[in-house]
Design a protein around this ligand. Structure first.
Ligand code: GLN
Length: 497
C-alpha cells in the first residue's frame, strides 16, 4: 500500500470509488508518510489524525451505502494554515494566533469537507502570508524536498513541500503576490492563482484583501483542475465574490491542446537577474508550445516594471489595516494582562511579542504610506500604477490568448541566504505580482530542472480574468509533452527522502 502516496488525486478518487482501496487506507498511508518524513520537511504545523480518519470513514460509509461519491471523495489534502478550520488550530504562521481554534470553517474548508476531501492537517507558511520562503513562519522553516537545505518557496511553502514530499496529493494555498505559484515553481509542482473573486475569501485570514486569492496546488494539472472546481464559485459570505459560472477547467485540462492558440512572451520578464538555467528551460518551453501548434508572439507590458514597488505599497497598506484586529482582546495571544495595565498597554505588549519582524516592517510601511500627507504620494500613486498594469494586460489580451514567462527569476535558494535582505526576498515575486494587481488568473507548471543546480523551474501561464480554463489547456499540453519526452513526471526525479 506504500504506493498509494504516489497516486494522483484523480487515480486515488477512482480507486476509492471502484472499491480497490478504502478511503481509510489512503488516509492512513499518507498519515504514515507524514510520520516518516515530516520531521525533516516540516510541511505541517498541525496534523489532524483523528479528523482525517473520521472524514475518510465517512466516505467509506457513503460508498458502502451506495451513495454517489464526488470526483475527489476520499482524496487527502494539506490545507494552508491561513484558512479557518472549526475546532482545529489555525495560526497563519504567527505566534499571535497560537492555540486559537476557530469556531467556524472557511468557505474553502466547508466546500472541501462537502466534497469528501480528507483534510490531513494545516501547513506551514510565512507569518500572515508575508514572505517568499516560509522562513518568516514563527514556527521555523520548511525544507524543500528537492534539497532540504533550500527554501520551498513562500508564503505557501508548507503546502508545496507536502506535495513534493508525497505527504498529500492535493493542497490549498493563497496567492497575494505569488504565494501559490512561486512555491509551485521551486518544488516542481503545479500551482494556480484563480481569477480574483472566484474562490471565496470567507474564513481566509486577511493579509491584503484586494489581492488575496485562495487556489489549488497539486502534482498534476488535472488534479489542480479537479480541486479548482471543488473550491471555486460564488459565495454570498464574501462581498468580492464573483457571481459567474466557474470556467470548465477540468474539461480544459483533459483537452490539453494549444493548436491555434496565440501565446505572448512578456518582453519585460527575462534577461539580467534571471538564472541562466531558468531562462534555458523557459526558451525550451516556448519552442515546445510552438511545436505543439501555438503561435508565439512577443508582447511588451512596460508598466510591469513598476509592479513590485506598487505591490509593496498596496499590500503593506492593506495589511496595516487588516492586522489591526489583532489587539489581544479578540483572538489568541494576550501579554501583560496583570490587572494593572490599560487595554492599550496590553495591546502594545501583545503586538510586540506576537508579531515577527517582517509583519512589523509591513505594518509600519503601510501605516506610513496611508498617513495623511503621504497618502497621495505613495498609496495613491501605487493605485495609479495598478491601473496602468491592468491596461497593459487588456492590451495584451486583445492580441493573445495567454501570456507566458518564467514563474521565478531563480530556482530555490538556500535557507538563510535572503533572510536579512528583504529586497532580495521581494524579487522572488517579480513575475507573479502583476496578475495579483490586475486580478486575472495565472498558473505555474513544472518545465524541468535548471542544469546548473538540478532544481525545478516553473513556467508561468497568465490568462484574462474568468478565462482560467486557458491556463489548464496550456498547462496540461506542456505537462503531457514533457512527461512523454522524459518518460516520467518530473517529480520522480526528486531525491528520495
Ligand atoms: N512574497 C510576497 C509577499 O511577501 C507574496 C506573498 C503572498 O502571495 N502571500 O508579500
Amino acid at each position: 500500500m506504500a504506493d498509494l502516496i504516489h497516486y494522483t488525486a484523480a487515480e486515488t478518487a477512482e480507486a476509492i470509488a471502484s472499491g480497490t482501496v478504502s478511503a481509510v487506507e489512503v488516509a492512513q498511508a499518507h498519515l504514515d508518510r507524514i510520520n516518516a518524513v515530516d520531521e525533516k520537511v516540516h510541511a505541517f504545523l498541525h496534523v489532524d489524525t483523528e479528523g482525517a480518519l473520521a472524514a475518510a470513514r465517512a466516505v467509506d460509509e457513503k460508498r458502502a451505502a451506495g451513495e454517489e461519491l464526488g470526483p475527489l471523495a476520499g482524496v487527502p489534502l494539506a490545507l494552508k494554515d491561513v484558512f479557518t478550520t472549526r475546532g482545529v488550530p489555525t495560526t497563519a504562521g504567527s505566534k499571535m494566533l497560537e492555540g486559537w481554534r476557530p469556531p467556524y470553517d472557511a468557505t474553502v474548508t466547508r466546500r472541501l469537507k462537502e466534497a469528501g476531501v480528507v483534510i490531513l492537517g494545516k501547513t506551514n507558511m510565512d507569518e500572515f502570508a508575508m514572505g517568499s520562503s516560509t522562513e518568516n513562519s514563527a514556527y521555523g522553516p520548511t525544507g524543500n524536498p528537492w534539497d532540504l537545505s533550500r527554501i520551498p518557496g513562500g508564503s505557501g511553502g508548507g503546502s508545496a513541500a507536502a506535495l513534493a514530499a508525497y505527504e498529500a496529493p492535493l493542497a490549498i494555498g493563497t496567492d497575494t503576490g505569488g504565494s501559490i505559484r512561486q512555491p509551485g515553481a521551486v518544488t516542481g509542482t503545479v500551482g494556480v492563482k484563480p481569477t480574483y473573486g472566484s474562490v471565496s475569501r470567507y474564513g481566509l485570514i486577511a493579509f491584503s484583501s484586494s489581492l488575496d486569492q485562495g487556489g489549488p496546488c497539486a502534482r498534476t494539472v488535472l488534479d489542480a483542475a479537479l480541486l479548482h472546481e471543488a473550491i471555486a464559485g460564488h459565495d454570498p459570505m464574501d462581498s468580492t465574490s464573483i457571481n459567474a459560472p466557474v470556467p470548465q477547467v477540468v474539461a480544459a485540462a483533459r483537452q490539453a491542446d494549444v493548436k491555434g492558440m496565440r501565446v505572448g512572451v512578456v518582453t519585460e520578464f527575462g534577461g539580467e537577474g534571471y538564472q541562466p538555467g531558468v531562462m534555458q528551460r523557459f526558451h525550451e518551453s516556448v519552442e515546445l508550445l510552438r511545436s505543439l501548434g501555438a503561435e508565439i508572439v512577443e508582447i511588451s507590458c512596460p508598466s510591469f516594471t513598476y509592479a513590485l514597488p506598487a505591490y509593496y505599497l498596496i499590500a503593506p497598506s492593506e495589511c496595516s489595516s487588516n492586522l489591526a484586529r489583532f489587539d489581544a482582546m479578540r483572538y489568541g495571544l494576550r501579554v501583560g494582562d496583570d490587572g494593572n495595565r490599560s487595554a492599550e498597554e496590553v495591546t502594545a505588549l501583545t503586538r510586540e511579542a506576537g508579531f515577527g519582524p517582517e509583519v512589523k516592517r509591513r505594518i509600519m510601511l503601510g501605516t506610513y504610506a496611508l498617513s495623511s500627507g503621504y497618502y497621495d504620494a505613495y498609496y495613491g500613486s501605487a493605485q495609479k500604477v495598478r491601473t496602468l498594469i491592468t491596461r497593459d494586460f487588456d492590451r495584451a489580451f486583445a492580441d493573445v490568448d495567454v501570456l507566458i514567462s518564467p514563474t521565478t527569476p531563480t530556482t530555490a535558494f538556500p535557507i538563510g541566504e535572503r533572510a536579512d535582505d528583504p529586497m532580495a526576498m521581494y524579487l522572488a515575486d517579480l513575475c507573479t505580482i502583476p496578475s495579483n494587481l490586475a486580478g486575472n488568473a495565472a498558473m505555474s507548471v513544472p518545465v524541468g530542472l535548471a542544469p546548473e543546480d538540478n532544481l525545478p523551474v516553473g513556467l508561468q501561464i497568465i490568462a484574462p480574468a474568468l478565462a482560467d480554463d486557458r491556463l489548464y489547456r496550456v498547462g496540461a499540453a506542456v505537462e503531457a509533452a514533457l512527461n512523454e519526452k522524459w518518460g516520467h513526471p518530473l517529480l520522480e526525479e526528486a531525491p528520495a527522502l
